[in-house]
Design a protein around this ligand. Structure first.
Ligand code: C2E
Ligand code: CA
Ligand code: CA
Length: 500
């Protein structure tokens, strides 16, 4: 923390200078001659000039220095950081981890409660490799600037490491901390424009209350980081620490350590969910959904391991492994069946490189016409230029592209106009509520009309009842997928879907 005497001396100096200047100016305005006379009695003429000059220069100089030394207007630790440059982060100008350590320790030592937020900038991992050093750094600076303007004025900020930032808010209660975290999430999700491109940097936030969740710097950071990991595993947002988290996160870190080996050992396999042509009820193809046959934990759904694959940049490897297995599984299946693969935002760049490099294409490759790539709106919107690259590269390779989870993301008409998708997949949340809610049904109708006018087919996912399938058929939906027809099944159960 900045030393109290240092701060006091500065304040006293500013007050003295301001008073002298004020006295001089007021006296000069009111009764110039009388004032001069009385002041001259106290000071010789040159002394008076010097006092006034000193006052003006002093006030301006100190204010200017104060501005320069304040890294961001909200941090409560700039004087310390200014005194010790190593306590400032060179890239962003925010206080460093060491400065944050001091702030938390001082608050706890003073017996004061407070709230801690630790946040991670998720989007930076998707910044293309080639420009990551320059664009990534500028984005971090932009992010730090936004954080400083959005954080509560009483807070201490810091760049903790890489793309991780901390916010310490003394004296805040848990409910207010959570609403502050929500405000930060919303404020920081505004896109950044840089070098003619648009970047969205979604953040995940872990929250902890001090001293309840940690009564030392290490304890507090650990609690907030556990909550952060939970937020990330849930796909982003903010999460408040709770004691049970430790075991959940521990289990996940065990899985993380095992995942790479599991992929190599063939424990991660494709499951197949049929996509049905609503016109005649035939199976047109399958969505390929990954499952991990874990030796101890049983069959794990993708929510348990896709985030781990993303963290370790293993999504491309996962897709390639699934593709190889699908090629093998499908050798004796009907040639008309198509296979739709899912891709994470983190693997888009690798996908472009993959289709451009013929040496990477597995032997006995399926006819590309039988392959579809499902991309979510949010994956694409982060970097429109990359999105267009991916779609064009796929089209050149003969692969179709599906806009997945349609209706739940941020896509707008501009994106629909500019990116030539081959198919739209309406998200299951709409299909679930459609029959009981006329507004939801109106949205589904609008999405179907949009597909028809764009000339692309539409698939509805999450179809669980005959009634929903019949309504969709009547509304002109082309394809459907859902538990009504079949859950995702292992390869051995697929031949039953072949006709006659
Ligand atoms: P998604 O692409 O939205 O996949 C559809 C999800 O809905 C699947 O969940 C599927 O099992 C489930 N589902 C199917 N029919 C119904 C139904 O009638 N009702 C309901 N409530 N749900 C239904 P799953 O298999 O757990 O996959 C979750 C997500 O994981 C997928 O969402 C996809 O985004 C991701 N994913 C799956 N496999 C891969 C993969 O190989 N790579 C990547 N990057 N992501 C994958
Ligand atoms: Ca999908
Ligand atoms: Ca979906």
């Amino acid at each position: 923390m900045p030393s109290l005497s240092h701060r006091f001396a500065r304040a006293a100096l500013i007050v003295t200078c301001t008073t002298l200047l004020g006295v001089g100016l007021v006296a000069a305005r009111r009764e110039p001659l009388a004032a001069m006379r009385s002041l001259r009695k106290m000071f010789p003429a040159w002394h008076l000039d010097a006092v006034l000059l000193f006052g003006v220069v002093g006030v301006l100089g100190l204010s200017f220095l104060d501005l320069l030394q304040r890294p961001r207007q909200t941090t409560a630790s700039p004087p310390l950081a200014a005194a010790k440059p190593e306590l400032l982060d060179a890239l962003t100008g925010l206080p460093s981890r060491a400065a944050f350590h001091d702030a938390i320790s001082a608050m706890l030592a003073a017996g004061l409660p407070g709230g801690l937020l630790v946040m991670d900038v998720d989007g930076l991992r998707t910044v293309p490799h080639g420009d990551s050093s320059s664009i990534g750094e500028v984005l971090l600076q932009e992010f730090a600037g936004s954080l400083a303007s959005l954080a509560p004025v009483t807070s201490h900020l810091a760049r903790l490491r890489g793309d991780e930032f901390g916010v310490l808010v003394p004296g805040i209660d848990a409910a207010t901390l959570q609403s502050e975290a929500g405000l930060l999430l919303r404020g920081l999700s505004a896109p950044f424009a840089l070098a003619g491109r648009r970047f969205e940097l979604p953040v995940s936030i872990g929250a902890a209350m001090l001293p309840d969740h940690g009564n030392s710097f290490e304890g507090a950071i650990r609690a907030a980081e556990l909550a952060l990991q939970q937020a990330k595993a849930a796909g982003g947002g903010a999460y408040m620490f709770e004691p049970a988290l430790a075991s959940t996160v521990e289990a996940r870190s065990e899985l993380r350590a095992e995942f790479r080996a599991a992929l190599a050992a063939g424990e991660v396999v494709p499951y197949y969910q049929p996509i049905v042509d609503l016109a005649d009820g035939s199976v047109a193809g399958f969505e390929v959904l990954a499952r991990w046959h874990h030796p101890a934990r049983g069959v794990l759904a993708p929510d348990n391991f896709i985030p781990l694959a993303e963290e370790q940049r293993l999504c491309a490897e996962l897709s390639l492994s699934l593709l190889r297995q699908v090629i093998e599984d499908a050798r004796n299946w009907p040639q008309a069946w198509t296979f739709a693969f899912n891709a994470s935002p983190t693997q888009l760049r690798e996908l472009v490189e993959f289709v451009r490099d013929p040496t990477q294409v597995p032997a006995n490759m399926l006819d590309p016409k039988r392959i579809e790539l499902e991309l979510t709106e949010n994956a694409l919107i982060k970097d429109m230029e990359l999105a267009r690259d991916v779609v064009h590269a796929m089209h050149r390779g003969g692969v179709k592209v599906v806009l997945d989870d349609f209706g739940t993301g941020y896509a707008n008409f501009l994106h629909l106009r500019d990116i030539p998708f081959d198919r739209i997949k309406i998200d299951k949340t709409f299909i679930k509520d459609m029959l009981n809610d006329s507004r939801t049904e109106a949205c589904v109708r609008a999405m179907l009309a949009l597909g028809a006018s764009l000339g692309v087919s539409v698939t509805a996912e999450g179809v669980e009842t005959e009634a929903a399938a019949a309504r969709l058929r009547d509304m002109g939906c082309n394809f459907a997928q859902g538990y009504l027809f079949s859950p995702p099944v292992p390869a051995a159960a697929v031949p039953q879907f072949a006709r006659g």
